[in-house]
Design a protein around this ligand. Sequence first.
Ligand SMILES: Nc1ncnc2c1ncn2[C@@H]1O[C@H](COP(=O)(O)OP(=O)(O)OP(=O)(O)O)[C@@H](O)[C@H]1O
Ligand SMILES: [Mg+2]
Length: 259
Amino acid sequence: MSGIICYENVDICYNGSPVIKKVSFSAEKGEILGIAGESGSGKSTLIKAAIGLLGKNGSVTGGKIWYEEKNLLDLNEKELRKICGSEIGMIFQNAGSSFCPIRTVGDQLLEEMKEHRKIKKAEFEDEAAEMLAKFGFQDPKRILKSYPFELSGGMQQRVGVAAAMLLKPKILLADEPTSALDVSIQKQVVEQMKMIREQYGTTILIVTHNIGVIRAMADSMLVLKDGKMEEYGKTQEVLSHPQSDYTKRLLAAIPVLRR
Ligand SMILES: Nc1ncnc2c1ncn2[C@@H]1O[C@H](COP(=O)(O)OP(=O)(O)OP(=O)(O)O)[C@@H](O)[C@H]1O
Ligand SMILES: [Mg+2]
């Protein structure tokens, strides 16, 4: 298998119990890969493993996760921290709630950026405002001066997506970036992520239980069930000819993103 990111027979356990079993897939530069599956099937676990975020209970017990020529699982904490954020960005499930409530959004983004790049506040503000404007914010400087509670949940989520893009990562890992949002904001976020791919050639792994989101943006998709790959292929093919009964049920049960 080739690609900018490539999972090869990955096994993951929490407290010794297997949660991900022999999962293999890859994504090319600029590819959007959707990861679907019911709650608890291991979607978040799968993408967190790439950047060492399984917590103290979790460990990768088999396989490799290749990023360019490196096996991410071989890197030490310092090497991984250097890649995270700058080369591999992550949008968390409920990105909004990861903001600290008592500091402005701008201060928090600046601090995060400073971990990877030497940058002056004024320079940061210009870059951040430009990125927020790309994400449809008409008054980006005000957003930077706002406290999280002054923004709606949907705005916080969109700021989270923009923030992940500030360092122009090559890969974006997005865990349910749209799920907490109402349908019109969902559509905006989907459009923004497609725009990111067009503009920067970013590879995006997006976890979602919404097949409508996958249909609208993903080139390829995989379906997880109890930590095993149930289906993997080009989105169109999987959606039009699902192989397993599980996928068929999943497709029937899931709301589509309406036009
Ligand atoms: N830190 C942890 N310690 C122990 N078990 C965990 C931990 N995190 C997740 N699990 C377990 O691993 C399995 C997969 O969880 P995961 O969060 O990856 O599922 P998911 O597919 O992302 O679900 P959802 O759609 O609800 O977000 C679940 O059985 C969960 O209980
Ligand atoms: Mg999850």
